[in-house]
Design a binder for this molecule. Structure first.
Ligand SMILES: Nc1nc2c(ncn2[C@@H]2O[C@H](COP(=O)(O)OP(=O)(O)OP(=O)(O)O)[C@@H](O)[C@H]2O)c(=O)[nH]1
Ligand SMILES: [Mg+2]
Length: 373
């Protein structure tokens, strides 16, 4: 394991987020940190393996669910600033898993994104979207939350529930379990890329650059293959992954991160084949490769792909010591040297003023408290 100094937290919000994190945690490598948060205390009780359980909103729901009311979800999170801030303080990368369409997670997610941004954390949201049979109202709530999240989160992966379930007539419990395991493989794969010193580990700055530069939406896929011809099988599974197969990310993504994990039997030719097959050919594609080896992977290769769908409008030197957007010629600027310093406040966003205090500024800053290092 590397001397990994960056702090990563995986946070589950609401029923789906808590269930998924509870299913991921038992398979997680040592050192991976988790937390769950809900106003429904019964849901939190179903995550006994997670130490960091935040029960919020008691005054609003008395320990019950919001009953699908996202405004209550939002207020539960806003009223729990004092509980949430210590959780987010010092975090470099916050990975949130949340099911949208209910009340708590849907209302709380944008609040968490805004607060995390206030702490200077990079945020990646895995959002599980409702089945169509859940109806238009549920879908509408999910969409409204995605719109708000887009303002505050660095990156959002949208995972429609219908696409992440296994095919066939499977039991509901098995289905949810398998979809969580798929997500687990990806989140753990990403963590491993950042945390392990492999042949070529993914540095945190590269991930931060891509997430800050992408126009919020990212595509995500992961797969594992074994046996003869495993590299080809892995490529086919990734290209055919339900979350990417309707897109052209492997041809046109402006930025892509490919993380490959294998055992000590991982061959250079396999890495080369997988990388070449998945990398868009255009010169303007920004590619970062992470390779980790782990003896537990003997005989198999696993890969995860995180691809930006579009860049935010790139900024270029304005010739007067500042930056300006690229003029409308459709060309992408170079990434290096044009990254805007990350704001510690929420530029342009609506502020949350409570009793005359700006809650978007962390309490320790407002009250000038020195945090222990
Ligand atoms: N894959 C998966 N999806 C789930 C699971 N539970 C709920 N969902 C989906 O997530 C959406 C939000 O549901 P919940 O997470 O239960 O809602 P909540 O945030 O707890 O909100 P309230 O209970 O209404 O306060 C639902 O509309 C479902 O589509 C789960 O265990 N796995
Ligand atoms: Mg719930």
């Amino acid at each position: 394991m590397s001397e990994f100094k960056k702090k990563i937290l995986v946070l589950g919000l609401g029923g789906a987020g808590c269930n998924t994190v509870a299913r991921i945690a038992p398979h997680a490598p040592d050192g991976m940190e988790f937390a769950v948060m809900d106003c429904d205390f019964q849901t939190l009780e179903t995550c006994p393996s997670i130490e960091n359980r935040l029960a919020v909103g008691r005054a609003l729901t008395d320990g019950m669910s919001t009953g699908g009311d996202l405004e209550v979800g939002r207020r539960c999170a806003e009223n729990a600033v004092g509980q949430i801030e210590p959780l987010l303080s010092g975090i470099d990368l916050l990975i949130v898993i949340v099911g949208l369409g209910g009340g708590f997670g849907t209302g709380a997610a944008p609040v968490i994104a805004r607060m995390a941004r206030g702490f200077g954390a990079t945020t990646l949201f895995f959002t599980i979207l409702p089945f169509s049979f859940e109806g238009m109202v549920v879908q509408g709530k999910a969409n409204s939350s995605i719109r708000k999240l887009r303002t505050y989160a660095d990156a959002i992966v949208q995972m429609p529930n219908a696409l992440i379930q296994p095919e066939g007539d499977v039991l509901l419990e098995d289905s949810l379990d398998r979809s969580s395991r798929t997500l687990a493989a990806g989140v753990i794969g990403l963590w491993r890329m950042l945390a392990y010193t492999g042949v070529c580990n993914l540095d945190f700055t590269s991930l931060h650059t891509m997430l800050s530069y992408c126009d919020a939406f990212c595509r995500f896929a992961c797969a594992t293959a074994t046996g003869e011809g495993r590299a080809d099988a892995l490529i086919d599974s990734l290209r055919d992954h339900p979350l990417v197969k309707d897109s052209d990310v492997f041809e046109k993504a402006p930025g892509i991160i490919i993380g490959i994990t294998g055992g000590e039997d991982l061959k250079l030719s396999e890495v080369q084949k997988i990388t070449e097959a998945l990398t868009p050919k255009g010169e303007e594609c920004w590619v970062k490769l992470g390779i980790a080896t782990d003896p537990a992977f003997a005989g198999r290769i696993s890969a995860m792909v995180l691809a930006a769908e579009a860049w935010k409008e790139p900024l270029v030197d304005d010739g007067r010591g500042g930056l300006k957007p690229v003029s409308g010629d459709g060309k992408q600027g170079e990434l290096s040297g044009v990254l805007k310093p990350r704001s510690r406040t929420f530029g342009g966003a609506e502020r949350t003023i409570w009793n005359g205090e700006d809650l978007d500024i962390p309490t320790f800053s407002r009250r000038k408290i020195k945090l222990p290092r």
